[in-house]
Each structure stands twice: as C-alpha cells, then as structure tokens.
Design a protein around this ligand. Structure first.
Ligand code: ADE
Length: 216
C-alpha cells in the first residue's frame, strides 16, 4: 500500500511523466512508497473540440479554465480522503517545512495543473491548498507539481538510501543548510580539501561543519 498517492490533473502529461519515471521518483514508486496517476483534463472538455477554457466575463485578455471540465476531472478521482492542491502564484509559498508537513500526512493528493492565463474563481471551492513556488509566473502548474512531488517524496522513509531519517531531519527546516562537502581527490588542480576533513578527528570535523553550514 503506497504511503502517498499523487493524482496529477493536466493537459500535458508528457511534460511530467519522464521525470517521475527517472531516478528517485521511479525508485520510490518501484518500492511502493508512492503512486503516481494522471487525469487528462481534455477528456472532460466541452463540445467537439473538448474545450477546457473560455474568455473572462467583464472582458480582458486571455482565456480562463472553465469550471465544468475541472469539477468533472476532480470528481472523477476524489474520495473523502483526497486533498486538492492548486499550484498558483498567489498561493502559500512552498518551503521545506511545508514539504515535511505533507510527507507526514499520507493519503491521496490531487494536483490540478492550471494552464493558460488563469482559472474561474469558483474552482477554488474544490481546492484545499493553494501553493506558490515563488514570486515569478510560470506558464502552467506542471513544473510546480513536479517540485511539490519531489520535495515531499524524498522525505518519505525508505526513499533516500543510506541516509538516516535523523540526517534528513537536521536539514528539514530549510534554515540549516548543508555544509560544503568534498570527495576524492584531496587535491584537484590545486584546489585542496580542507585539512580538517582529512584529519580523522570527528569532533573537529563536526565543529567545522557546523561553522560552515549554510555558507555554500
Ligand atoms: N503557476 C504559475 N506560476 C506559478 C508559481 N510561481 N507557483 C505556482 N504555480 C504557478
């Protein structure tokens, strides 16, 4: 039984799927820790052209996602345990603390990826979380959906091999950023690894790392 199921409602599945089929997201799914599922919003479009958007009442530029296809798409997958996430530049800013909060609340998350210039305000009546990735505007919700999924999934127990949950924990508030790290060789083109890291003195190494946290 997966710990978290993500259902992504999008017009552009092909933009999202390769990432979820790669690397850690693929591994997490193989291990049964997460499940990914897609709904094609176009399947719920109106008329012969399967239209999903229309012009705004009151005038103005651009097209807005219509209620009917979005409500039908969400209702086709929603259960009483589902929560709906809407990526939008006017949402709550996504950060590590929020990612952690979601990772500790297993269940079914439906991510609605808006496109075009916006959406009919009444769509918000179905939304549990409005999430912004930052103060910039993207062309759609697909990239935010991937970032939200990735940052939650990597925190689920069993996804990151080798790292203890305590280690993940120590960076999880987002303020305690990682210290600089080095691997072999100890001297690369004259750029040397700090002596203390080669010293074998764990006390001094811990002190150095603490002093250099967030300095990268
Ligand atoms: N959709 C467009 N821009 C966005 C942003 N910055 N965050 C979340 N969703 C968005």
């Amino acid at each position: 039984m997966p710990k978290i199921k993500f259902t992504i409602i999008t017009l552009f599945r092909e933009a999202i799927e390769p990432y979820l089929n790669s690397s850690m997201m693929w591994k997490a799914r193989e291990k049964g820790i997460v499940e990914f599922d897609f709904v094609n919003l176009r399947d719920f479009g109106l008329g012969p052209h399967k239209s999903v958007d229309d012009t705004p009442y009151g005038g103005g530029d651009g097209m807005l996602l219509r209620c009917e296809p979005v409500f039908a798409a969400i209702e086709s997958v929603k259960t009483e345990n589902s929560k709906v996430i809407l990526p939008t530049p006017v949402g709550k800013t996504w950060d590590q603390a929020l990612a952690k909060e979601f990772s500790m609340k297993p269940g079914h998350y439906i991510i609605l990826c808006p496109h075009y210039e916006g959406y009919d305000e009444r769509i918000l009546s179905l939304v549990d979380y409005k999430i912004s990735l930052g103060h910039y505007v993207l062309t759609g919700g697909e990239l935010p959906a991937l970032i939200i999924i990735d940052s939650i999934t990597r925190l689920l127990p069993g996804v990151l091999g080798g790292e203890t949950s305590a280690e993940i924990e120590s960076f999880s508030d987002g303020n305690n950023l990682e210290y600089p790290q080095y691997t072999k060789p100890a001297d690369f083109r004259g750029m040397k690894v700090p002596d203390v890291l080669l010293s074998g003195n764990h006390g001094l190494i811990a002190k150095w790392r603490e002093e250099h946290s967030g300095a990268a």
